[in-house]
Every structure is written in C-alpha cells, then in structure tokens.
Design a protein around this ligand. Sequence first.
Ligand code: 3NM
Length: 215
Amino acid sequence: MFDNPAIYFLMGTPNAGTKDPLALLEQALEGGITHFQLREKGEGALSGSALEDFAAACKKLCKAYDVPFFVNDDVDLACTVEADGIHIGQEDMDCGAVRKRIGYSMALGVSVHSVKEANQALSCGATYLGMGPVYGTRSKADAKPAAGVSEIRKVKAQYPHVPIIGIGGIEPHNADAVWQAGASGIAVISSIAEADDVMGQIQRFQGSIPGRRVG
Ligand code: 3NM
C-alpha cells in the first residue's frame, strides 16, 4: 500500500472552505493523490448520517481512482463504510484495541513522535506511522510544536522497512527534507485543499519526489 512515494491528502468538509468538498476530492484524485483520509473535525464538522453519507461518497470516489480510503479516529465509521484503513493518534483509542476491532483486513496508521511510540504502535500491528508536525501547521488546533525531521530519521534508522508519512505544514517547496529523512510519503491538508489550482499543486508535490524533479 506504500510501495511508491505517497502523496496522502487529508480533508474534512471544514477544510474545503467555500469549495464543494466532493469536487475538491475529485480534483485531488484526478491530480494524482495516492491516498485519502477523511478527517472530519472542527467547526461545522458533519456528524451522524450526514457524515456517513459523505464518507460513503468519498469512498466511492476513491474507489473509482483506485486510491485507498482512510478514516481518521472514528473506528465505527471506518467499519460502517468499510474503509481501506483507519488512522489514529496517541490520544485516540488504544491501538491494540483498534487492531483487535478491525482485524487484519484494514490498514492501521498511527501518529507517533518518537522511537518509543513507534515501538508501541508497531507492536499493535500498525501498517504505517504518521510523524509530525514537521513544520508549523494551521490545520490542527492541538498540534505539538514543529518537530522538523530528526525523529523521522531516528525511526527510519530503527525500522527501515516501515512506511513513515510526514505531516504538518508540508508544501511543495519544503517537502524535500521530508523525503530526504526517509519518509515514504507526505500528508497534506491545507496546501492542497486551499490551492487555487489543486491539480497543479499536486503536480508540484510530485515534482518534489526525489528522482522525479522536473525543470
Ligand atoms: N496531524 P497541514 S499535523 C492532521 O502532527 C495533522 O500529527 C498532525 O495539515 C500531526 O498540511 C496535522 O495543513 C495537520 O499543515 C496537517
């Protein structure tokens, strides 16, 4: 699932601003994102059946582009819509309990900040690790201070075969350090969701992948 460099887009309806969220997702899929995570948080976030319907619509779109569909935090929703994966943070449900609940047919992403947390996540059967915030972010109210890439390097050195996805304030012009630290992918909200030209922005992210630089 993470064999090729990942451009992992995260979004919830509040991130779409004045754009139509499904049209935004479709543009991102058309532009070439490799993974999508529904992260429905913050003011105006959908809940209940409206959230289920939106999640089902996102999943359908992702399937049409053969892009894995992840749900943030909400194990019930992930199971209801039969997501391809779930992503949890350190403050969310215990990762062992989540793995037990979802079995091994669903991928499990866990946010970690150190080798110690990585050990723990991997002992629960995490499929990949999210690490951030690499840079300052305005998309997560309770984000920790920007951490740079040093912990990514350490976890990569300890677990060279585990996919690590960097997150937090990543833009086409600062993504290089994340790739160089050994990340298998970059996860992005605002730089894609808020772009005037979503497809062009994804092309710029693709251009940041080592060996795929253009111009
Ligand atoms: N998690 P943007 S930072 C959802 O550090 C999320 O774990 C983070 O959004 C972490 O690309 C973050 O707009 C927000 O900075 C990423």
